[in-house]
Ligand binder design. Sequence first.
Ligand code: GRF
Length: 210
Amino acid sequence: MAGGTTLVGVLPVALLASGSGSNVQVLLDAMAADPGFGAKPVAVISDRPDAYALERARAAGVQTHVIDYGGFPNRAAFTVAVCDVAESVGAEALVLAGFMRILGPDAVRRFPNRIINIHPALLPSFRGAHAVEDALAAGVRVTGVTVHFVDELVDHGPIIAQEAVVVEEDDDAASLHARLQEVEHRLFPEVLKAFALGRLTLEGNRVRWT
Ligand code: GRF
């Protein structure tokens, strides 16, 4: 894990998602298929009751929790609720797999270097919820996928892995996002497994793979 400590046993993780959950699916599949993965899903948490990610979790026999953002007075209270649920199911790390809510600083304090996010751009470029559209609008010829530890800022924190994707002449947001997701689905399980097996060490802002 980050920070140089060695994890012992199987790491219980909560997966957080707001949408389709294709990344949730590949992570659930990878953890189920590989006895040496080093992590197990203890819950899928969503801010949206209609998130298809929840169906995927149920189909995999993983418990689900819906935490409705509108039910809380502010982000801080929502963050406390998410962290409380995650802790109550025994999660020791949070995996943000298309979770479209920003968690407040309390989450980073409670899960320091134990929150991992995937973002469909090469950070620090194109932070935010419209990364694919923003990359197209900027006219970049190369974009990509980033997996990173979460710090107090949005789409920010030590970068664990990145992979470039070329923007084609006729790309629109849907076609580009589809190719980005192919990369996501390969990269995310690799990163989570490395994290779970204690192969990621944080040195300042740099993540070393060992
Ligand atoms: C992914 O592209 C991820 O990078 C972004 O949200 C999307 C979620 O897709 N943060 P899915 O729900 O996993 O299919």
